[in-house]
Design a protein around this ligand. Structure first.
Ligand SMILES: [Zn+2]
Length: 125
């Protein structure tokens, strides 16, 4: 298995114990250490409903490399928010937020790698 960002081989030592085991992660430890795992949970109102936004990282380069870190959040959704809609976005920003406002269906549980919504506690200025 190769790292999705630097293209280096992740599992270098292959022996009879791990030859048929697939690596769970698509990113090597060195590339992963460049990102800060923030894991924030924000509740943002839309016109009539709420968005439950799970933000995982401060930044990312390749969303494919980060895909293996999403599973716990899907399990969390199935245990606690099963009656709501689930959506995944690589980055959530004001453009996505305005489109979610138009849906007007129900509360939405959102998993995202990066949160760029203006306002709230993630505003840097
Ligand atoms: Zn790498």
């Amino acid at each position: 298995m190769y790292c999705a960002e630097c293209k280096k081989l992740i599992n270098k030592v292959i022996n009879y114990k791990n030859i048929f085991k697939l690596s769970k992660h698509n990113i090597c430890d060195l590339c992963f250490s460049k990102y800060i795992f923030i894991q924030s949970f924000d509740v943002v109102p839309t016109n009539n409903y709420l968005l439950y936004i799970n933000t995982l990282f401060d930044d990312y380069k390749s969303s494919d490399a980060m895909a293996s870190f999403l599973k716990p959040y899907y399990i969390y959704y199935l245990k606690n928010f099963k009656d709501k809609i689930i959506m995944y976005f690589d980055t959530i920003d004001d453009d996505v937020y305005s489109k979610l406002n138009l849906l007007n269906m129900s509360d939405i549980f959102i998993i995202t790698l990066k949160n760029q919504l203006k306002g709230g506690n993630n505003n840097d200025d």
